[in-house]
Design a protein around this ligand. Structure first.
Ligand code: AVJ
Length: 327
C-alpha cells in the first residue's frame, strides 16, 4: 500500500478540520465542506443511505454496471495493452467488484489501483480482494485524488483507465468539476479512459426524496457534521435545536442540503476558541449534489479534453456511467 496522505506543512487533520469549520461558520452565508461527512459514523450512515428505498442512485449504477459489464470490459481491453485501473474514492468498491470479476477473467491484463483518503478502507479492501479475487493484482493508494494521480503519472507510465463512480462528481461546484476533470486529464495520455458515474435529471420529487428519506437516515448523515464538531473540536451544538433541510432546484439541477438553526443561539467551539452566533432559522449549507443532462455531461467532458466513447444507462434512464476517451 502506498500512503501519500501525510501533509507536508506539518498540520494535522484536526487542525485542518478546525480551520475549515472556523472559515465556514465565520462566513455569511454559513457553510461546511461536505468532505467532513465521512468519519466512521458518517461512512456507516452513508452505507445505510445506499440501502434506502428512496436512494435510487446506488441501485441504478449497480444495474448499469451489472448489465453492461461485458461490454465495458471489451472497451477496456480494446487497446490490447496492460492498463492500471484507477478507482478514485474506491471505498469498499462494491460496485467496482462487478467490473473486477469480469476483468479478472483475463489474467495479467491490468492491475487494480484503488485510491481513497481512508487508510482503513484501503486495508480492508486489499484484504477482501485477496480473499475474493486472488488473481487480481492490487496496489492501493491512500491519499487525495490529485496527489494520487500525480504520483501515478510519475511512477506508472502504462495505459490508464480511471473510474470515478457513484456520482461523486456531483459534489463539486461547476467550476470545481471543470478543474477536477482537467487535472485528471493532465495526468492522462491519448488512449486513456475515464468511466464516470453521473446522476441524471429526472422528476424533482424523486430526487428530493432521495435526500429526504422517511426514516431520517439522511438527516442523521447531515447532522453528523455537527456531532463531529462536538466530539472532535469540543463544540457545544445542541443537535435538537437544528434540523436537516434539503431542497432541489430543478432549474440548476442542484440538490442542496442545509442544516437550519431552529432558534437564535450561540455555539462555542473549543478548538478554535470562537463562539458562532446563529440567527433564528439561519442555515448552514452542507452539500451540493448535481444532476446532469447527457448534453451537459458531454459538454463538461469536451471542455476538459475528453470525448464520449459510450454512455451506459439503466432502463429508466435515471443514472449514467459515461465512458470518456482521451484523444
Ligand atoms: C456520495 C456524493 C454521491 O450526493 O448523492 C447521499 C452523498 N448525500 N445522501 C450524493 C449523499 C446525501 C452522495 N455522494
Amino acid at each position: 500500500m502506498i500512503d501519500l496522505s501525510r501533509k507536508k506543512d506539518g498540520t494535522n487533520d484536526t487542525e485542518t478540520f478546525a480551520a475549515d469549520v472556523a472559515e465556514g461558520l465565520g462566513t455569511s452565508p454559513k457553510s461546511l465542506p461536505s468532505r467532513y461527512f465521512y468519519d466512521a459514523t458518517g461512512s456507516r450512515l452513508f452505507q445505510e443511505i445506499m440501502a434506502l428505498p428512496e436512494y435510487y442512485l446506488t441501485r441504478c449504477e449497480f444495474e448499469v454496471l451489472q448489465g453492461n459489464r461485458q461490454e465495458i470490459a471489451r472497451h477496456f481491453f480494446a487497446a490490447d495493452s496492460f492498463f492500471h485501473l484507477i478507482d478514485l474514492g474506491a471505498g469498499d468498491a462494491l460496485k467496482t467488484k462487478i467490473l473486477l470479476r469480469e476483468l479478472a477473467l483475463q489474467q495479467n491484463a491490468f492491475d487494480y489501483v484503488p485510491v481513497d483518503i481512508s487508510g482503513d478502507a484501503m486495508r480492508q479492501l486489499s484484504d477482501s480482494l485477496q480473499q475474493e479475487m486472488p488473481s487480481v493484482d492490487v496496489q492501493a493508494v491512500v491519499g487525495e485524488y490529485f496527489k494520487a494521480l500525480e504520483w501515478l503519472q510519475e511512477h506508472k507510465p502504462e495505459r490508464k483507465i480511471v473510474l470515478f463512480l457513484g456520482s461523486n462528481i456531483g459534489n463539486f461546484k461547476n467550476d470545481e468539476s471543470i478543474s477536477f476533470l482537467k487535472s485528471i486529464r493532465s495526468n492522462l495520455s491519448p488512449g486513456d479512459k475515464l468511466l464516470m458515474g453521473v446522476d441524471l435529471r429526472k422528476d424533482p420529487d424523486t430526487i428530493l426524496s432521495a435526500y429526504n428519506d422517511a426514516s431520517g437516515v439522511t438527516a442523521a448523515f447531515n447532522m453528523n457534521l455537527l456531532r463531529r464538531i462536538n466530539t472532535e473540536l469540543g463544540g457545544d451544538f445542541d443537535l435538537a435545536e437544528f434540523m436537516h433541510y434539503p431542497i432541489y432546484n430543478p432549474h440548476e439541477g442542484v440538490m442542496r442540503s442545509f442544516i437550519v438553526s431552529k432558534k437564535a443561539q450561540d455555539v462555542h467551539i473549543q478548538a478554535t476558541g470562537q463562539t458562532f452566533h446563529f440567527d433564528a432559522w439561519e442555515a448552514i449549507h452542507t452539500e451540493n449534489s448535481h444532476k446532469y443532462s447527457l448534453k451537459q455531461i458531454e459538454e463538461l467532458g469536451n471542455t476538459c479534453g475528453f470525448r464520449i466513447e459510450t454512455v451506459f444507462q439503466d432502463t429508466e434512464c435515471r443514472f449514467a456511467d459515461v465512458l470518456f476517451t482521451v484523444d
